[in-house]
Design a binder for this molecule. Structure first.
Ligand code: GDP
Ligand code: MG
Length: 162
C-alpha cells in the first residue's frame, strides 16, 4: 500500500512549492488515481525506497464564514483521500484563525497530521515554531520549501509512520 499524503493549508503558505520539491525527480503526475480532478494535483514521489503519492490542493482562504465554507471543497476531499496530512503554515505570516479552524477539523476527522512551519529561511527556527505551539500539535517541523531545507528529514519522519 502506497501512502497518500495531502498538502493542506491557507493559500500562499507554500503547498505547491513543497509539492514540486517532493515530486521534482519524478514529475509524473498520477493520472489514474481515483477522484482525479483539476482542482487537486496528484504526484508520485519517492524517498529512498519508499514511494508515496502527494496531493496538492488549492488551499483554504479563511475569508469565508464557518468551518464548512472555510475549507475549500478540494481540501476536504484531499484530507479524506489521504493517509496523512501535511498541514502547512507560514512562519512569516504567523498563526492565523484559519489555521486554528483547520487544526480543529483535522482533529475532528481523527486524521494523522503533521504541522509544517514553512518559510523559516532567514528566521530563528525555534522562535518561528513557538508561534504555532498554540495549535497544540506535537508533530511539528520547520522547513523552507523553496530552498529544500528540512524537507528530506521531515518527509522521512512522516513516512516512518507507514
Ligand atoms: P500555495 O498557495 O500554498 O501553493 O503557495 P506557493 O507554493 O504558491 O508559494 C507561495 C509563495 O511563497 C511563493 O511566492 C513562493 O515562492 C513562496 N515560498 C514558498 N516556500 C517558501 C519558503 O520556504 N521560503 C520563502 N521565503 N518563500 C517561500
Ligand atoms: Mg498552490
Amino acid at each position: 500500500m502506497i501512502p497518500v499524503i495531502a498538502l493542506v493549508g491557507r493559500p500562499n503558505v507554500g503547498k505547491s512549492t513543497l509539492f514540486n520539491q517532493l515530486t521534482r525527480s519524478r514529475d509524473a503526475l498520477v493520472a489514474d488515481f481515483s477522484g482525479l480532478t483539476r482542482d487537486r494535483k496528484y504526484g508520485e514521489a519517492k524517498v529512498g525506497s519508499q514511494a508515496f503519492v502527494v496531493i496538492d490542493t488549492g488551499g483554504i482562504s479563511g475569508d469565508e464564514e464557518g468551518i464548512d465554507e472555510q475549507m475549500a471543497e478540494q481540501s476536504l476531499v484531499a484530507i479524506e483521500e489521504s493517509d496523512a496530512v501535511l498541514f502547512l503554515v507560514d512562519a512569516r505570516a504567523g498563526l492565523n484563525p484559519a489555521d486554528q479552524a483547520l487544526a480543529r477539523h483535522l482533529r475532528q476527522r481523527n486524521k494523522s497530521f503533521f504541522l509544517i512551519v514553512n518559510k523559516i529561511d532567514g528566521l530563528n527556527e525555534s522562535l518561528a515554531l513557538s508561534d504555532f505551539y498554540a495549535l497544540g500539535v506535537d508533530k511539528m517541523f520547520g522547513i523552507a520549501a523553496s530552498h529544500g531545507r528540512g524537507v528530506n528529514s521531515m518527509i522521512e519522519q512522516v513516512l516512518a509512520e507507514f
